[in-house]
Unconditional design. Structure first.
Length: 581
């Protein structure tokens, strides 16, 4: 013991003798440390915060010739943003592949496909797109329909001249219509053949538009070139770059094995610029146990990971509101025979309509015995209530509360269920930007009274719940969810669309403060990953993960939150992004 103590003391003294690498000075530094809420300077040595300096203190003793001193000129600094809910494997494709979600005309189609064709190598297919997602309800609208315009039907000739080297196989947001350009039709042997479901123009030629029951789709899928490893890695790099630009220092990723392998490769190359807390599917509990994994361990070395490590297991109890699949005690207002359904307890469970809560409990218990807590998707009132029932049973059987367990989304909650989060010590992992997007159609589907419990962050806080913020980036086939924290903070604080409607906010009694929103994005998410002792706040000895913002979010008009800019992102003591100015 004595030898180990002396070794640790020697290491500590060696660290103390190192020169500071970076000093941030003249800032408005909001630490999330209640014992020292504000500071003006932060000293970073290596990976960690060496000191946090208050107003009036001198930084001269820390400055050496090799020190990089950054004059913040009054800019606002917070602990680095941690996004608690990301689907990273799909995010890069919305950056480097076609993103047509807001496109509903020829001009928009041509502009986006031209952009993508300039990124890809010759011969690569352009896929996806999800056109028309915002055609029925305009982006950022207050819930009114966009005018009921007839559905736009694209034509291959609109993009043929800019895609000669890139076969295109695009689909609309609900997969009822597809568009193939001439290069794709040629590859499938369909240039001069017209099969059922292939739409013709006035001259009798194929427009490239194909309906979802057409046999032509199988022909196209058979010849479509899969994305190369290089292309997938480039999409990952694009997504990491965007995260850094948005001030994100860590993501809690809904992990799939293929993407985990890419994370390992990026880390090996030194290209990871944010930390990753992996959440494998709940169905993998036994596999993870048998392979020697636990929370906090690296997926390759099985040792504690600094950048990449396993976290909780992710499960599901119901569907989503967008497809009328979220589970409610009462039917949907616009579908009187439908209360939603039990979704797969895990993403690959074929018997997802049985509502077998014994199976859910067994999976969670197996996961816990394998060394993992569970984070389970629950959206409708019945889904949330049943999930809390299951957790309550787990707490009784374990004999202690459920630290680190989460209800993911907790989108619509009954009044009697709000206090249960605190009673069980279960985290409410919520996605605030959904408010700005979903208010377009929520009341039409479940009515005003049930909407009073939708995204009810104030009620959760008033009842003692811990809020964890995540973006759900990149979103669903019907909606794009932005990863920049300004969107979620705006939604939680203002409860309006991006166009600031409705005036005063949607159910404004559920607004929360900027401080509460920042807390849910920083220290609370570190706590949710069992790491609030080493990060999540700006304190001496913690990891140097920080985000610099161009304005003090606590002092500005809340309507101005959407205009905030990220000036600098620091992860592990390294500047991974700095805005040009």
């Amino acid at each position: 013991m004595r030898r180990g103590f002396l070794l640790l003391m020697g290491l500590a003294l060696a660290c103390q003798s190192r020169k500071p690498d970076i000093i941030l000075m003249n800032g408005q530094i909001y630490t999330m440390n209640p014992d020292q809420p504000w500071a003006t300077a932060v000293v970073i040595r290596g990976r960690t915060i060496a000191d946090v300096i208050g107003a009036g203190s001198d930084i001269g003793d820390y400055v050496r010739r090799s020190t990089r001193v950054v004059d913040l000129e009054g800019r606002f600094v917070v602990p680095g943003f941690i996004d608690a809910h990301v689907h990273f494997n799909r995010a890069g494709s919305l950056i480097n592949d076609a993103n047509l979600m807001a496109v509903a005309d020829d001009e928009g189609l041509r502009r986006e496909i031209s952009r993508v064709s300039g990124i890809l190598e010759k011969g690569e297919w352009i896929t996806g797109g999800l056109w028309g997602a915002y055609e029925q309800w305009s982006l950022g609208a207050d819930g009114s329909r966009s005018g009921g315009a007839a559905a736009w039907n694209p034509h291959r000739k609109t993009i043929d001249d800019i895609t000669a080297d890139h076969p295109c196989f695009l689909n609309n947001y609900n997969y009822t219509r597809y568009l193939a350009n001439t290069a794709a039709l040629k590859a499938a042997g369909l240039e001069k053949r017209i099969l059922p479901g292939m739409v013709r123009d006035e001259q009798g030629e194929a427009t490239g538009l194909i309906l979802n029951d057409s046999p032509a789709l199988d022909s196209l899928r058979r010849v479509m070139k899969p994305k190369s490893h290089k292309r997938l890695m480039d999409e990952n790099r694009a997504a990491l770059k965007h995260l850094a630009e948005c001030g994100i220092v860590e993501i809690h990723d809904i992990a799939v094995p293929e993407q985990t392998a890419r994370f390992i490769e990026l880390e090996k190359r030194g290209e990871l610029t944010c930390r990753v807390w992996l959440r494998p599917d709940l169905s993998r509990a036994e596999e993870m146990r048998d392979r020697g994994y636990r929370m906090g361990l690296h997926p390759r070395s099985r040792k504690p990971g600094r950048w990449l490590r396993y976290g909780a297991l992710k499960g599901y109890i119901d569907g989503i509101m967008g497809t009328h699949g979220a589970l409610f005690f009462e039917p949907y207002d616009d579908q009187p025979d439908n209360c939603g359904h039990y979704r797969a307890h895990t993403s690959d469970d074929p018997d997802y309509r049985t509502g077998n809560m014994e199976k859910m409990y067994g999976l969670i218990r197996t996961g816990y015995e394998a060394g993992f807590v569970s984070n389970v998707h629950a959206i409708g009132t019945k889904g949330v209530s049943l999930m809390l029932d299951t957790y309550e049973r787990m707490m009784r059987d374990l004999g202690h509360d459920l630290e680190g367990f989460r209800v993911i989304h907790a989108q619509v909650v009954r009044p009697m269920d709000f206090p249960r989060f605190r009673e069980l010590n279960v985290i409410a992992e919520v996605n605030p930007y959904h408010i700005s997007d979903d208010m377009r159609w929520m009341e039409e589907r479940i009515g005003t009274e049930r909407c009073r419990g939708a995204y009810a962050f104030k009620s959760l806080l008033d009842n003692g719940a811990v809020l964890s913020f995540g973006s759900d980036w990149p979103g669903t086939s019907a909606a794009e969810y932005h990863v920049h924290p300004k969107y979620s903070i705006h939604a939680a604080v203002n409860r309006t669309t991006l166009n600031h409607t409705p005036p005063g906010g949607w159910f404004p009694e559920q607004k929360i403060s900027v401080h509460e929103a920042l807390k849910a994005y920083t220290i609370n998410n570190a706590y949710a990953a069992f790491e609030s002792d080493i990060r999540g706040s700006i304190e001496k000895g913690k990891l140097a993960d920080l985000t610099v913002i161009d304005r003090n979010l606590l002092e500005i008009d809340p309507k101005d939150i959407l205009n905030m800019q990220i000036e600098m992102t620091i992860v592990d003591g390294r500047i991974v992004y700095q805005r040009k100015s």
